[in-house]
Design a protein around this ligand. Structure first.
Ligand code: F6R
Length: 256
C-alpha cells in the first residue's frame, strides 16, 4: 500500500485525480470502477474540470440500493449522472451501475461479473471507506472472497447514510454490491478517506491485521493500492511520519 497523506481533502483529491487522468491518457479505453457517497464528490468535480476524453472509457459502479427507483435522488444512478456522467463525454452504453430493481438479483449479479470480465477487468478502482471499514457495501464479516451479490447494511451504515435521506428509517436495508473478491481483481486501487470519523477504520485497515471485521484491511494483499488521506483521516496511523517521508522523497523513476 502507498499511503499518501495531505493536509486537506482538496490536496488529496488533486493527487487522486492526477492518477486517474494519467490512467485515461495512457489507456483511453480504460475500465474504471467507481464509488459514490460524499468522499468522491470533489474527485468527480476535479475530473470534470480536467476535461479528459471519456469517449472510450467503460465504468462499473460498486453498488446500488435495492428497491430504490433509479430516478430517486439518492439512488446511485442519480448520483453518478448528476455528479459525473452528464458532465463528460462518456457513452451511455459504457456505463454500468448495479440494478437494484431487478427481479432476479443472483442472475443480475452473475451478469455484472461477466460484463466486468468481458470488458477486460477493471484497470483502476476508486473506493471510499465506511466508518466500519466497509468497501463497496461489503460490511464487516463479508467474505474476503465474495463476488457481486445482495448485502444487508449494518445499523451503523444506515445511520451514517441517513444524512442523505433525511431519516434513518428511509435508508434501504439492502444493496447490491461488488464483492471483495471482485474489487481485489482490479489492477489498481485508489482508496480515498477524509475526516476524523474515518481515522479508526483507516488505522485498522492499513496497520491492523487482515480481517473480515475490517473489510478494507484485505487491501494489504493487493499489489497496487494507493490510499489518499487528509490529515484527520490519517490521525490514527502510527507510522504517519514514515508514509509522509516516503511520499515526499519518492524518486522520479518510481511510477507506482
Ligand atoms: C459507495 C460505497 C461506500 C462508500 C462509503 C463511504 O459507492 O461503496 O463504500 O464509499 O460508505 O461513504 P462516504 O464517502 O459518504 O463517507
Amino acid at each position: 500500500m502507498e499511503i499518501i497523506i495531505q493536509p486537506t481533502p482538496e490536496a488529496a483529491t488533486k493527487i487522486a485525480a492526477r492518477i486517474i487522468a494519467r490512467q485515461l491518457r495512457e489507456k483511453p479505453d480504460a475500465v474504471l470502477g467507481l464509488a459514490t457517497g460524499s468522499t468522491p464528490l470533489l474527485l468527480y468535480r476535479e475530473l470534470v474540470a480536467l476535461k479528459l476524453d471519456w469517449s472510450k472509457v467503460t465504468t462499473f459502479n460498486l453498488d446500488e440500493y435495492v428497491g430504490l427507483p433509479r430516478e430517486h435522488p439518492q439512488s446511485y444512478h442519480s448520483f453518478m449522472w448528476e455528479n459525473l456522467f452528464r458532465h463528460v463525454n462518456i457513452a451511455k452504453k459504457n456505463v454500468h451501475i448495479p440494478d437494484g430493481n431487478t427481479k432476479d438479483i443472483p442472475k443480475f449479479c452473475a451478469k455484472y461479473e461477466k460484463q466486468i470480465r468481458a470488458a477486460g477487468g477493471i484497470d483502476l478502482q476508486v473506493l471510499g471507506i465506511g466508518t466500519d471499514g466497509h468497501i463497496g457495501f461489503n460490511e464487516p464479516t463479508s467474505s474476503l472472497a465474495s463476488r457481486t451479490r445482495i448485502k444487508t447494511l449494518t445499523q451503523l451504515t444506515r445511520r451514517d447514510n441517513a444524512r442523505f435521506f433525511g431519516s434513518e428509517a428511509d435508508v434501504p436495508h439492502h444493496v447490491v454490491t461488488m464483492g471483495i473478491g471482485t474489487i481485489m481483481e482490479a489492477k489498481q486501487i485508489l482508496l480515498l478517506a477524509f475526516g476524523p470519523k474515518k481515522s479508526r477504520a483507516i488505522a485498522e485497515a492499513v496497520e491492523g491485521p487482515i480481517t473480515a471485521v475490517n473489510p478494507a484491511s484485505v487491501l494489504q494483499m493487493h499489489p497496487v493500492t494507493k490510499v489518499c488521506l487528509d490529515a484527520p483521516a490519517a490521525s490514527g496511523l502510527q507510522r504517519a511520519d514514515y508514509y509522509r517521508w516516503v511520499y515526499d522523497n519518492k524518486p522520479g523513476w518510481q511510477t507506482f
